[in-house]
Design a binder for this molecule. Structure first.
Ligand code: AKG
Length: 270
């Protein structure tokens, strides 16, 4: 048996790996500009805003492009193997001086997947640092699932304000400081959270949820996922097609069809 890669060893030990480089800072700034050009349409079409929180890769070609960047998929493949599906691509955006935060939680507690082979690549399109509320991870916390409670706290960025019911010593969190174009990888069971943004700029992260093609959805079936690397010999998820342009009518139709099933799981009470 060959030795596991350094990325996989660190991931297995800590439940996360950071920092890794996806692209040069200039390319990240270009993606931020693409995002902000797309956001300019929200004023006239508020429904589009939701696309940033669910399957943005189905309606924004630059998000689909980021999810396929070899620097990211090669790193993820060292953990999940060669055949990768993207289950979702929510943006986590904190506006300047905004109180929005994320409580300590584990992703896989509420996603209804059969196994725990899931990796999120959190890609920074702006700096992510202590002042603007970067992600925080508790090393080694990915070895068990704990109970969660739905707090529905207004300023929590999570769908139901989910929070672990065990005591987490905040000082045990590792701050995941990233430059634009860098990313972290985290296990779906690692405890993670983030504080508010007290800076004068936005903090923008794209969370790309990767699963191996062999994964099954066991709750809230009929889920969609996009093949981004290798092949899908299993067809456990509905196949997605790539977007043809920014918020194109056909792609929006496809998005409406695909996003409902995941919403049902993400909003069901704990
Ligand atoms: O962006 C954040 O602060 C939190 C993101 C998060 O919870 C996740 O990617 O699972």
């Amino acid at each position: 048996m060959p030795d596991p890669s350094p990325i996989k060893s660190r991931f297995d030990r800590d439940g996360f790996v950071t920092p890794l480089t996806a692209m040069p800072p200039r390319q990240a700034r270009g993606y931020r500009a693409s995002l902000e050009a797309a956001e300019a349409r929200f004023q006239a079409e508020p429904e589009l805003r939701k696309c940033l929180r669910r399957y943005a890769n189905l309606v924004l070609p630059f998000v689909d492009e980021i999810s396929r960047l070899p620097a990211i998929t090669n790193a993820v493949s060292q953990i999940l193997g060669p055949d990768l599906l993207v289950l979702d691509t929510p943006f986590f955006i904190k506006e300047p001086q905004s109180p929005h935060f994320v409580s300590w939680h584990q992703d896989l507690h509420y996603w209804g997947l059969e196994g725990d082979e899931e990796v999120t690549a959190w890609v920074a399109l702006t700096p992510a640092n202590i002042e603007n509320g970067c992600m925080r991870f508790v090393a080694g916390s990915h070895t068990r699932i704990v109970e969660h409670v739905d707090t529905h706290a207004a300023e929590n960025l999570l769908t139901r304000g989910q929070e672990v019911t065990v005591e987490v010593d905040d000082s045990n969190g590792t701050d995941v400081v990233l430059a634009p174009g860098e990313f972290s990888l985290h296990h779906g069971r690692v405890f993670h959270a983030s504080h508010a943004n007290s800076s004068d700029d936005r903090r923008i992260g794209l969370a790309i949820r990767y699963i191996p093609a062999s994964m099954r959805q066991i709750e809230g079936g009929n889920m969609a996922a996009m093949l981004v690397r290798g092949e899908d010999r299993f067809h456990h998820f509905r196949e997605c097609h790539r977007p043809s342009g920014v918020f194109q009518p056909d792609d929006l139709e496809h998005w409406r069809d695909m996003q409902g099933a995941r919403d049902k799981v993400m909003y069901r009470p704990t």
